[in-house]
Design a protein. Structure first.
Length: 152
DNA sequence: GCCAACGTTGGC
DNA sequence: GCCAACGTTGGC
């Protein structure tokens, strides 16, 4: 089983949106970056994902969700009214992919970004690298354990 | 709200 | 293929 981290603005789709409907799969749409898209394609059912809250008051890792449906064409790319519409994408050759995710847990406390930056062993995590804008990234088993240990 | 860093676009 | 201009991300 692989591990991942996905960024989101909590007003849009934060950990509380998952927690409020723990039996419901939520489609993760709107990823419009090729590197992030490729990571979405590489996800397997059962993979666990850290949910990271960005562009908000309390920035950091807030909880865990899991992949319940592997990559399929992101429906929003076909909707002209969607902010994520992509006129160059076709049904036959879709550019963008989504996965379905379901709630696993909220962390006992949010782990702030500035704390993550101090943890030995996370130097290679894209999240803590200066200027990194990648919104979907792999997390190694070691990195995953280091992060969970902070709240256990 | 500011702005540095980044990814994408498009002219050449 | 280069690279300047532009738009976006995202911490502060």
């Amino acid at each position: 089983m692989a591990h991942w981290l996905m960024k989101t603005e909590p007003d849009e789709c934060g950990i509380d949106d998952f927690a409020q409907a723990p039996e419901t799969a939520i489609t993760w749409d709107g990823v419009r970056n090729y590197q992030a898209r490729n990571f979405i394609k590489a996800m397997s059912a059962g993979d666990e994902v850290f949910i990271y809250h960005s562009s908000c008051k309390h920035i950091g890792i807030a909880g865990v969700v899991k992949v319940v449906k592997t990559a399929f064409p992101d429906p929003t790319q076909f909707h002209p009214d969607s902010p994520y519409f992509d006129e160059k994408s076709t049904r036959d050759n879709p550019r963008w992919q989504s996965v379905d995710l379901r709630f696993v847990s909220k962390l006992p406390r949010l782990i702030p970004l500035n704390e993550l930056k101090t943890l030995p062993g996370l130097e290679e995590l894209a999240l803590v690298k200066r200027g990194s804008r990648l919104s979907v990234m792999p997390v190694s088993a070691e990195q995953w354990q280091i992060i969970l240990r902070q709240v256990s």
